[in-house]
Design a protein around this ligand. Structure first.
Ligand code: BDP
Length: 724
């Protein structure tokens, strides 16, 4: 009796353990690095046959990190222990650089490695003396780590190992994530809890999450992180904080991740006791120089500074009558002896300017050629601000003499925070594949950014990510996919949004085709849906000011006109849209030909961009044949229908993954449907109040009045009470 009870208790405990590891396994914490047993039986037995041993020298922290990823990763995927060896036995994965592994050196891989650079990797299946080997080799240890992640990805996505042969190097130099984290741990536009950086316990306690954070980034090839908000608190440069930053940098280093800091241009005044931060004042330059020296003492591989200057109230060189180039170069000079870099942001706009669109180009193009070699201009993908759809920023292709990188946004500031599903792969690739024509056809934004068009000295891609203390890092679990796609594209911008989505689904959720297909379809339509229910046909910035969550196209009265919605849509009873042709702001002229003509010419512009560049009448005939008003209504309604279709697609996956994960996304999609209807109704009712046109037949009538929607705008920042 007693024994049975004990057995029962033991069984119960084991069961609870199992449940809790299940819960742990499925809570999104592991992101795309979930090395669960391969579901596909054929692949599993193929892999088990081909992989028996690992040979990897653990002679440095980076190689240790590679080993700690590879061996447990394989054990998880294959469901069996993998032994280590130092010989070429059948089924050995031979890993290393020629300098760290005798086995790799013995394979004489000079030809294979010679074009790869320090970070590239070479993976190949070979049969040597009758033994099947998998080679993962690189010139430098960091390339080995990237190769290990790439190899694990092959297994996670069920690729054939037999005959596998891969060579890959990153296309841009700095693949950097930006955190908008404040020192009080609130995250600007974060939506996933508090900042990951627990400044209170640093540097004494290093949360294991910091290592997982580094693994996640390194797994897609991210090699730099700017850890604090671009609206920078000068205190980040105090000794107190630098010591904490140094502790983080120590954790990131083995993963090849360089640490950057966002700095306030006025730091010499705010924390240095100087009376000015004038970049041409020698005391100011000296202050920065010794500050930089102090940082490099603490962080020998420090990356450099990210600077938001003369933008949205941030101080900058203009405050001292100096140019952006003078400001950036002063910091660049301080960093240059240490090979440090300045990422100087081009996100500027001026209330005095009649068209915000024009501002960055007008300010920066005249400075082309004046920036130091270790400055990279960091330009948001579009001319305004991460809107659901923007044309590419005309700065791409216009800065032949200035290193120029792209800034993309992963966090869903304008895409429904942590509540809506919006895979950003299609937006990112749309921006990267846009053709600037700067040097004729094929001068894509990607080729500007990777330096191949103008031969830039330094290149980069930045992604504003949002990980926080939320267990799943990103709030909505699908925001992970946008982080993943940012990293993959920063490594290789020729990948498509669809293939990246497929990889991510397989690595994160399931390799079952029945799951992949509907989920991929849902992801691929999600960005377009988000455009349609918020601001189709080139409408932009219809958000309620402040929170950027819900619609307020009626906003007219704010301290700055370029913060209102009416500034952007210019709707009146005659028509709608921002005239950026010669009869308006002529911003279209900032593009090269034939891009300018394509946007300028009503017969050539695509409907998607129409209201970005033209003010047209409500009965203007669209390419679809519908009058503009009918098309607008149609688009808003189809955005809601797309969300419903996303719900149907997701519902098809019920039972194919754990119920907790299924239910989470299902519930979030319900919120998204509610909000899509809200956006649609509020916008249509508002535009109707301006043009007095009826909603065409066949569309369900909005269930509330415009006044009702207007009244909801008062509760800021937290979306839900906003509905009460
Ligand atoms: C806008 C955000 C604001 C950021 C700013 C920036 O609303 O919070 O500080 O961009 O990028 O999108 O500097």
């Amino acid at each position: 009796m007693k024994r049975r009870l004990v057995r029962k208790l033991l069984f119960g405990a084991a069961f609870i353990c199992l449940l809790s590891t299940q819960a742990f396994a499925q809570d999104g914490y592991r992101m795309w690095l979930s090395y669960d047993l391969i579901e596909n039986p054929d692949k599993l037995s193929e892999y088990r046959e081909m992989i028996n041993y690992v040979s990897i020298p653990l002679s440095s922290p980076t190689l240790e990190a590679a080993g700690e990823e590879l061996t447990p990763g394989l054990s998880g995927l294959l469901g069996e222990d993998i032994a280590t060896t130092n010989q070429m036995q059948n089924g050995t994965i031979v890993v290393g650089t020629p300098g760290t592994s005798d086995l790799i050196a013995g394979l004489s891989l000079d030809d294979e490695l010679n074009q790869l650079g320090p970070e590239g990797y070479f993976i190949e299946h070979r049969v040597v003396d009758g033994n099947h080997l998998m080679i993962i080799a690189s010139n430098e240890e960091i390339g080995v780590l990237y190769g290990v992640f790439a190899f694990l990805r092959q297994l996670q996505t069920l690729q054939d190992l037999e005959g596998l042969s891969l060579k890959s190097s990153p296309k841009v130099e700095f693949r950097v994530v930006n955190h908008w984290d404040n020192l009080d741990r609130l995250v600007e536009r974060g939506y996933a809890g508090l900042s990951l950086w627990d400044w209170g316990s640093l540097p004494h306690y290093e949360d294991p999450r910091y290592v997982d954070y580094a693994r996640i980034n390194a797994s897609v090839g991210i090699n730099a992180t700017a850890i604090n908000n671009v609206n920078a608190d000068p205190k980040i440069l105090t000794d107190q904080f630098l010591t904490k930053v140094a502790a983080l940098a120590d954790v990131f280093r083995p993963y090849g991740i360089q640490t950057f800091l966002s700095v306030s241009f006025n730091s010499p005044v705010d924390i240095g006791g100087l009376e000015t931060a004038d970049p041409l004042n020698p005391d100011v330059a000296d202050w920065w120089e010794s500050k930089v020296d102090e940082i490099y003492e603490k962080i020998p591989d420090f990356g450099g500074f990210l600077v938001k200057a003369d933008s949205e109230g941030q101080p900058g060189p203009h405050g001292y009558g100096r140019t952006h180039a003078e400001g950036a170069n002063m910091l660049a000079d301080a960093l240059a002896p240490h090979d440090g870099i300045v990422f100087w942001r081009a996100f500027v706009y001026d209330p005095a300017q009649t068209d915000r669109f024009r501002e960055a180009y007008d300010e920066f193009v005249p400075l082309d050629g004046q920036f130091a070699d270790n400055v990279i201009l960091q330009v948001k993908n579009g001319p305004i601000d991460f809107q659901p759809r923007e044309p590419f920023s005309p700065l791409f292709g216009a800065m032949e003499e200035t290193n120029t990188m792209i800034e993309l946004q992963v966090t869903q500031e304008y895409f429904g925070f942590d509540l809506h599903l919006a895979y950003m792969g299609p937006l990112f690739t749309e921006a990267l594949t846009s053709d600037t024509y700067a040097k004729g056809e094929g001068s894509t934004v990607a080729r500007v950014v990777d330096g191949s068009l103008f031969g830039y000295e330094h290149t980069g891609m930045a992604g504003v990510i949002n990980p926080g203390s939320d267990r799943n890092w990103t709030g909505h679990p699908f925001v992970q996919s946008s982080w993943y796609s940012f990293g993959r594209l920063a490594w290789d911008h020729t990948l498509t949004a669809e293939e990246i989505a497929e990889e991510w689904i397989q690595m994160t959720y399931s390799t079952d085709e029945e799951f992949i297909e509907p989920v991929k379809e849902m992801m691929m339509m999600s960005r377009d849906a988000g455009v349609n229910y918020r601001m189709p046909i080139g409408l932009t910035h219809l958000y309620a000011q402040g929170h950027h969550y819900g619609p307020a196209p009626w906003t007219a009265d704010l301290p700055r006109p370029d913060w209102t919605a009416v500034y952007y849509h210019k709707a009146d009873e005659n028509g709608v849209g921002f005239d950026r042709t010669a009869t308006g702001s002529n911003a279209v002229d900032q593009y090269q030909e034939p891009v300018a003509s394509r946007f300028r010419d009503l017969n050539r512009i695509s409907d998607d961009y129409l209201l970005w560049f033209h003010h047209v009448s409500w009965d203007y005939e669209m390419n679809t044949g519908r009058p503009l008003w009918n098309e607008l209504v149609h688009k808003y309604y189809s955005g809601v229908e797309q969300v419903r279709e996303m719900q149907n697609l997701w519902n098809r996956t019920e039972g194919l993954i754990g119920s907790q994960r299924f239910e989470e996304v299902k519930s979030l999609l319900e919120i998204q449907e509610r909000d899509a209807i809200h956006w649609r109704n509020a916008c249509i009712l508002y535009f109707q109040s301006v043009n007095n046109l009826p909603i065409p037949n066949g569309y369900e009538a909005p269930d509330h009045t415009l006044d009702y929607y207007k009244a909801l705008e008062h509760t800021k920042y937290v979306p839900d009470p906003w509905y009460n």
